[in-house]
Design a protein around this ligand. Sequence first.
Ligand code: ADP
Ligand code: ZN
Length: 434
Amino acid sequence: MYWNREAETMPMERVRKLQDTLLRDTVAQAAGSHFYGERFAALGLTPADIRSVDDLSKIPFTTKDDLREDWPYGFVAVPREELVRMHSSSGTTGRATVIFHTADDLDAWTDLLARSMYMAGMRKGDVFQNMMTYSLFTGGLGFHYGAERVGALVIPVGAGNSKRQIQLMSDFGTTAMHIIPSYALHLSSVFEEMGLDPRRDTALKLAFLGAEPHSEETRRRVEDYYGVKAFNSYGLSEMNGPGVSFECSCQCGMHIWEDNFIVEVIDPKTMEPLDEGEEGELVLTTLKRRGMPILRYRTKDLTRIIPGDCPCGRTHRRIERIKGRTDDMMIIKGVNIFPIQIEKRLMDIPGVGSNFQIILERKDYNDHMIVKVEVQREIFTGNLKQLEDLRRKIIEELKSDILITPKVELVEPNSLPKTEGKAVRVIDNRERQQ
Ligand code: ADP
Ligand code: ZN
C-alpha cells in the first residue's frame, strides 16, 4: 500500500524535527547562490539565524520575478559541473523560469513521483502512457522516471497526435495514463470520431490529471468516460514539477510531501500567514534540493490545507484542489470570478461538450462576459428548441454561481481553439477597448 511506509506515515512531530534539520542544510546551501548570498547579506542574515521552521519568517518570500531577474544561473548553489539537468516552467504568465538539478536532486524527485503514483495504485506490470510534453516541461520526464522506478512499462509518447495516442492505448494495453484534464476531455471526442469506446476498447484503469486547474466535475467526467479512477497531481517546475502533492486512493485532497517541502498558506494581499483550513496562496520551500534550493516560494496558487487526518494513514497534510492562480481571477462588474467556477458548472450540465472559452469585452465602459460552449454532436444537430433550452440552462446555472449574467454562445464540437498543453480559458480584450 505504501511506496515508503516510513516516510509516508511518519508522525508529524518527527516530520517537524526532520524539517528543522533539512531547513538548516537548505539555508546553508542556498547561501552559496548568488541570489540568496546577496539577499542574506543585505538583511544581515546568516544561516546560523535559521535554527528551525519557526525562524522561517525571517527569510523574505521568493517570487517568479526574482527567478526571472537573476537569470539564468543566479539561484544555482553548486559548482556548474554538478548540474545534470535543466527544466523550465511553461511560461503561462510571462517569461519562463529555469530550474537546474544535480543527480541527487533528480533521484529525490523521481522517488517522490514513484511514491505518488504508487499511492494512487500504479504497480510494476502496469503499462503507463505519458501524454505530457517531453522537453523542458517537467510533466514529461518527471513522470517518466517516476513510472520506471515503480516498474511500469512506460510508453513515452508525449503530447498531441490524438489518433496515435488512442492507437497506442488499444494496441499495447495501456492501463495508466498521465494527461492534462482539458486534453482528456478533448480526446473523448476523438475516440467518438474513431468509433471507439475506451471502456470497451482499452484496458485503462488509472489516470493522473495535472498541470492545470480542473474541477471535481471534470474529474468525474473523465472517470465516467474512460472507466478509470482519476487522481489529481499538483506541482510546479520551481518545486521540481509534479510530485509536490498528489491524491491518495481516498480522493479527498492531495497529500503534500512535507518531508520534501515546507508548506505555508498566506493571505496574498497582506502576506500574513493563515490558519489551517483558510484559503490563500501556497508558499513552498524546498528541503532536499542541493542544486537550486528555493526558500518561501510564492506559488500564486490558491488552496487551503484540509484539517484532520486522512483515512489512508499517511500523515502528510492534504491541500484542496487548486482553485486557480491569483492572476487567473477575473474582475467583472466588481465581481471576482475564477475560470474554474465556470468549468465546474458547465461540466455538470448534460449536453455540454468538452471545451469552452471565456471572452471578456468592454463596451460603453461596461464589462461583458461571453462564454462559448461546445455542445455534444447530437444536441448541435438536433432541434433548435433543445439547443435554446440548453443555452438558457447554462446562463441560469452560471448566473447562480458567478452572480452576473454572461452571454452564452453554443458552438459545434471541436470548433474552439485547442492547445497541446495547458488550456487557455480566458481571452481578455478589455485593455484595448478602454
Ligand atoms: P507555469 O507556472 O509557467 O504554468 P509550470 O509548468 O511550472 O509553469 O506549471 C505549474 C503551475 O501549473 C502551477 O503553479 C499551477 O498553477 C498549475 N498546476 C499544476 N498542476 C495543477 C493541478 N493539479 N491543479 C491546478 N493547477 C495546477
Ligand atoms: Zn490519504
